[in-house]
Design a protein around this ligand. Structure first.
Ligand SMILES: Nc1ncnc2c1ncn2[C@@H]1O[C@H](COP(=O)(O)OP(=O)(O)O)[C@@H](O)[C@H]1O
Ligand SMILES: [Mg+2]
Length: 275
């Protein structure tokens, strides 16, 4: 399990993460959803021990995290927001580099690399130089590197930004599969669909704070599953389609009825959009 206890992180005057507390169990699939600047990356970097919090503590399986705690860090795989691959190396060479970093024994290296590359559909391309890969393949390679040591916890910072739809779906499929195998996954995203479709727990983040957390379904249900939007941009929320239809029955304005999304939930509480 992972526990954040009153975690804050400031950069000078900027309170990037402000008094965040939560706990997730083994096998959770958590999405931190918020717009740019909400503090998602800072919170994630603090959780994985890349930054020490200004205040508060983080625990993995009841052990306190800090920058030098290798015992926990070995159980964590991290996919950063920005690509950090050696362009001149092949996929396989990049993997060997990662495997050595995690001290995977010589007799196992090739087996483990093959296993992971196959999982991500990269095995056939293993001798291709990284600089020749598409953005989506690079992202998959980052993921492959991050899980070569079979970590219990996988952290991904905006894993599908700028990636084509097909690769995005493949990455989602892969993450679902890992989660089913029992891995605890934490990702940050500003893609509504990613949080809605993938995560079993969504935390809404704005201005360094988590202001709401629940399943996507519950978050939506709490404000109303159906949305009526009038041409003058007025929006009303209803619990059922029937209620929404009834409410618009005598309207002389143009309107649309749709399902409420997490974007609407975010706007409901903050008056701001995620994107
Ligand atoms: N290294 C840094 N130095 C100073 N301010 C930073 C630094 N990193 C992030 N910030 C600021 O902290 C806030 C949160 O940023 P970040 O954690 O990157 O949010 P997100 O990942 O949600 O976009 C922003 O206001 C950002 O400008
Ligand atoms: Mg970020």
């Amino acid at each position: 399990m992972i526990k954040c206890e009153s975690v804050s992180k400031s950069y000078g005057d900027v309170n990037a993460v402000n008094n965040v507390s939560f706990e997730i169990g083994k096998g959770a699939f958590l999405g931190l959803l918020g717009p740019n600047g909400a503090g998602k990356t800072t919170l994630m970097r603090t959780m994985i021990g890349l930054l020490d919090p200004s205040e508060g503590s983080i625990f993995f399986n009841n052990i306190k995290m800090n920058k030098d705690n290798l015992e926990i860090k070995e159980k964590i795989g991290v996919v950063t927001q920005h690509i950090n691959l050696d362009k001149e190396l092949t996929i396989n060479e990049n993997m060997i580099f990662a495997a050595k970093l995690y001290k995977i024994s010589k007799d196992k290296i090739n087996i483990e690399i093959k296993k992971v590359l196959k999982l991500l559909g990269l095995y056939e391309l293993k001798d291709r130089k990284t600089k020749k890969l598409s953005g989506g393949m690079k992202r998959k390679l980052m993921i492959a590197k991050a899980i070569i040591h079979n970590p219990d916890f996988i952290f991904l910072d905006e894993p599908t930004v700028g990636i084509d739809v097909n690769t995005r779906k493949e990455i989602w499929q892969f993450l679902r599969h890992e989660n089913k195998k029992g891995k605890t996954i934490v990702l940050t995203t500003h893609y509504i669909e990613e949080a809605e479709q993938l995560c079993d727990l969504v935390m809404l983040m704005s201005d360094g704070k988590i202001f709401k957390e629940d399943t996507s379904k519950n978050l939506i249900n709490e404000i109303g599953d159906f949305k009526v939007e009038y041409s003058d941009t007025e929006v009303f929320l209803y619990q059922s389609l029937e209620e929404a239809k009834n409410a618009t029955k005598n309207s002389d304005k143009i309107f649309s009825i749709s399902r409420t999304s997490l974007e609407d939930v975010f706007f409901y509480y903050t008056n701001k959009k995620v994107n």
